[in-house]
Design a binder for this molecule. Structure first.
Ligand code: 0A1
Ligand code: ZN
Length: 889
């Protein structure tokens, strides 16, 4: 729908559907210019609702014919609807014939063309762009689908479920008939017609059932599918072992497509994936890409139970499936990573993402609860809040009831709701009911505020040590900023995993007043009101509190710790997450101290020594060291400030990076030499950790060399770039040269392009690297971006390519936030241009400007102007309109 006049949809207005659709028979005469869709719906009136017209949604499709019980029936159109005022009785069949045009579908929602194939994307409301339907998740039907198409052009014809039959037709066409025995909502429908090849694997699961697994890709990409297949098998084994959830299908298919708005889609039995999350070979994909494939394959597979078997009653419940499935994919990746240290590395990564994306979202104009109350464009609510904060809410439930308790809760959830469309309340209730007496069960209504209130709560902690009494009193309090929609916020249930660390680094025993015996060195404290006071007894030494271990709740913690305390935690905390966090906070405070003034930023000896000690510590994993030695990003620093000057933050960040490079120079050289991987490539956490640290070291060494006019390290980096045996090392060396603006960057970039010109995903990296490089005083990155927009390989039509250049640039603060506002002018121009073709992509780009009120002048005024320019554009999509108007409110 265009025009941006949509009235908001509200959660409170939910009513059950007036009709059910029990079964669907679809026939597609596929053609990219004009596809004919024939649909037979078996419909039943919902007798719990008053008699009313049947209103089927339809968008950008052309109706050819509609009949009820085989006879003509009168109908009319309302905007976006086909209305039948007088259906023939409570049970009837409806036959609909309509057309749609895949070639013109640039939104990539519904049935669209990509690289000479035809693909679908129906979540959230794409099915109505294929045919008229009750396009809402609580209407679930059994689907039988016949696909007919030109055999040469589309040799592979796929849909959900099992293949019933296939064969030739006249005129070089052929057909395939599919049946999905599971009832499903329309958003899980999928079809593919394309010239693809598949990697196949037969597996037998624990129950003794055989299953066929297939990964479909373009010819020529088959050698990049092994990791996706292995990840799928690992996901199946994991879900059966951890949650006793087996694969329920005879056939499970993954199909890769080059044009896709998101990462992937969990259509029943026929997952459709962005190529970025399927294709991986050591030569073309980095360790991070390999991890991304594993986690997205897992995510989509896990949806088969959490999303497909139990789905959402309405789109306000999106986190029911997304928060839970992100939690499950995070747990899966952690279990796959291995030991405690590798698990902590994964957790740190996840929390970094949460704090860098979700926290700002929660503090900005698009802030919404995990279960939103209203929306204009549902596609705008596939957010970090619904996904990542939603996963944290599920994680807190697990922390409150324990791992086994959580598994019991999941079992109860499936016993109660398998096959139905339910709500977030139903989920929380099941986990609580399976754990009577737990803090989740006794404080359930309070806990559920996590679903209902937007914003990130603050927790303040202060401790007092009484040497004489050997007592340590810890006071914890919480508060939440009011927001326009929710002027009064009520307290949350906040699980705080904690320990006390002695001055020598020893973990102290935790004994609360009134308790007898010793109770271990770590425990979960639950804040469930505004304030909580804890008295620890038999404390022999002044402790440093280590709170919120593993980031046990999505809050902003102010624990008032001194530098000395943080240094103790950085050296000794048994919790790897808090060890890392202590280092980050020490670095952050140096940056925050330097940003407001003109005083130079300084890395003091104490911090440098502590960082060196981590780097040289033989007992620590390289991946963990790499994280500790990475400074908080400019964006994260900006988020800690009420008003930010992006150029000043950049200058401070650059200055500290330079000092880190200089002061640890010999240590970086040591780290580089001692973390080379010489054995065959494996994308596991052990090898990838060594590569990550070596690449970080190389980056530092090249940066320092370029600053001091030394040619040795740039030369070494170029050599490594040329000879690298895998993409991680090749890109790492290239990034070292590009980020340092070394002279050798240009020839290296050229060579890289020549080597990989036929690998779309690698060319995406080539664009992203250049757009994301640290900006120079003379604006070299911006100039480069302008030129790259005209590069023959660049296109705004392909979402991956658009993201690689445009989004990377606009996420590069110093390059984007120019004082001449040229970055913002480009933003406005591109939002408008992309919006005309692909509103989902445009609104995501639009969102990069939503924190404009936090900018200092002159950026703030310039940003407002750019937003106003976009808002003034007539015919903006609902998606983009919602974002810019909320930003300007
Ligand atoms: N459910 C998918 C994400 C997804 C959502 C919307 C899409 O198109 C608008 C596509 C994919 C997931 O969570 O993986
Ligand atoms: Zn999902």
């Amino acid at each position: 729908m265009r025009e941006g006049t949509a009235t908001p949809v509200r959660r409170q207005d939910y009513t059950a559907p007036a009709y059910w659709i029990r079964s669907v028979e679809l026939t597609f005469d596929l053609d990219p210019g004009k596809t004919i869709v024939t649909s037979r719906l078996v419909i039943e009136r919902n007798l719990d609702t008053p008699p009313q017209p049947l209103k089927l949604q339809g968008e950008d499709i052309t109706l050819l014919r509609v009949q009820a019980n085989g006879e003509s029936v009168s109908f009319r159109h309302e905007p976006g609807l086909l209305v039948i005022d007088n259906p023939p009785g409570d049970n009837f069949t409806l036959d609909i014939r309509n057309t749609c045009c895949p070639d013109k579908n640039t939104q990539l929602s519904g049935l669209f063309s990509s690289d000479s194939g035809l693909f679908t994307q129906c979540e959230a409301e794409g099915f109505r762009r294929i045919t008229y339907f009750l396009d809402r998740p609580d209407v679930m039907a059994v689907y039988t689908v016949t696909l007919r198409a030109d055999k040469k052009r589309y040799p592979v014809l796929l849909s959900n479920g099992n293949l019933l039959e296939q064969g030739p037709l006249d005129n070089g066409r052929h057909y395939a008939k599919w049946h999905d025995p599971f009832r499903k909502p329309s958003y899980l429908f999928a079809l593919v017609a394309a010239d693809l090849v598949a990697r196949e694997q037969l597996i037998r699961t624990r129950s003794g059932r055989d299953h066929l697994l297939q990964v479909y890709v373009r010819r020529g990409d088959l050698d990049k599918t092994e990791h996706a297949m292995n990840s799928l098998i690992a996901s199946i084994i994991w879900d059966e072992a951890r949650f006793k959830l087996p694969l329920d299908l005879e056939r499970f298919m993954i199909v890769a497509v080059g044009d896709f708005n998101m990462g992937a889609m969990e259509n029943k039995g026929l997952n459709i994936f962005n190529t970025k999350y399927v294709l991986a070979s050591p030569a073309t994909a980095t360790d991070t890409d390999f991890m991304g494939v594993e986690s997205v394959v897992g995510h989509e597979y896990f949806h088969n139970w959490t999303g497909n078997r139990i789905t959402c009653r309405d789109w306000f419940q999106l986190s029911l499936k997304e928060g839970l499935t992100v939690f499950r994919d995070q747990e899966f990746s952690m279990d796959m990573a291995g030991g405690p240290s590798a698990r902590a590395v994964k957790r740190i990564d996840d929390v970094r993402g949460l704090r860098q994306v979700q926290f700002p979202e929660d503090a900005g104009p698009m802030a919404h609860p995990v279960r939103p109350d209203e929306y204009q464009a549902i596609n705008n609510f596939y957010t970090a809040t619904v996904y990542e904060k939603g996963a944290e809410v599920v994680r807190m439930m697990q922390t409150l009831v324990g791992r086994e308790g959580f598994e019991r809760g999941m079992t109860l959830y499936f016993q109660r709701h398998d096959g139905f469309a339910v709500t977030c309340d139903d989920f929380a209730q099941a986990i609580a009911d399976a754990n009577p007496g737990s803090m989740l069960s006794t404080r359930l209504e309070t806990f559920k505020r996590w679903y209902a209130q937007a914003g990130t709560p603050h927790v303040e902690a202060r401790g007092r040590y009484d040497a004489e009494q050997r007592r340590y009193v810890l006071t914890l309090s919480q508060w939440s900023s009011p927001s326009a929609q929710q002027p009064v916020k009520l307290p949350y249930v906040i699980p705080v995993v904690m320990g006390l660390v002695g001055p020598e680094g020893q973990a102290l025993t935790l004994q609360l007043e009134g308790e007898y015996g010793h109770s271990g060195t770590e425990r979960v404290i639950v804040i469930d009101d505004e304030r909580l006071e804890l008295v620890f007894v038999n404390v022999d030494v002044p402790p440093v509190p280590s709170l919120l271990r593993g980031f046990s709740a999505p809050v902003r913690l102010d624990d008032g710790l001194s530098d000395a305390d943080l240094l103790t935690l950085l050296r000794h905390d048994s919790d790897a997450f808090n060890r890392w966090e202590a280092g980050q906070r020490l670095a952050l405070s140096r940056m925050l101290a330097a940003v407001p003034g003109a005083a130079p930023a300084v890395l003091d000896d104490a911090l440098v020594d502590a960082l060196r000690a981590v780097l040289r510590d033989p007992s620590l994993d390289p991946a963990f060291k790499e994280l500790v030695l990475t400074l908080p990003t400019e964006r994260y620093v900006a988020e800690q400030l009420d008003t930010s000057d992006p150029q000043r933050i950049h200058a401070v960040h650059q200055a500290l990076q330079a000092q880190l490079a200089e002061r640890l120079h010999d240590d970086w050289a040591w780290a580089f030499e001692h973390h080379q991987v010489t054995e065959g490539y494996r994308p596991d956490s052990e090898q990838s950790g060594r590569r990550a640290l070596a690449n970080r070291a190389l980056g530092m060494l090249v940066r320092h060399a370029v600053a001091t006019g030394d040619a040795v390290w740039p030369g070494k980096a170029y050599g490594r770039f040329k000879e690298a045996a895998n993409m991680t090392d090749r890109l790492g060396a290239l990034a070292a040269l590009v980020d340092a603006h070394a002279e050798l960057a240009a020839p290296a970039l050229e060579r890289f392009h020549t080597l990989f010109k036929d690998e779309a995903l690698v060319i995406d990296k080539w664009f992203a690297l250049q757009a994301g490089a640290p900006e120079t005083a003379d604006g070299r990155v911006f100039t480069r971006v302008k030129a790259l927009l005209k590069h023959p390989d660049f296109s705004l039509k392909n979402p991956n390519r658009a993201r690689s250049l445009v989004f990377s640039f606009m996420n590069n603060p110093a390059a984007f936030h120019r004082s001449d506002a040229a970055g913002y002018a480009l933003w406005a121009e591109l939002v408008i241009e992309i919006d005309a073709a692909n509103p989902q992509l445009a609104s995501r780009l639009a969102r990069l400007m939503e924190r404009w009120r936090r900018l200092a002048e002159p950026w703030q005024s310039a940003a407002r102007e750019a937003l106003a320019r976009v808002a003034a554009k007539p015919n903006l999509s609902d998606d983009t309109r919602e974002v810019v108007s909320r930003a300007l409110e």
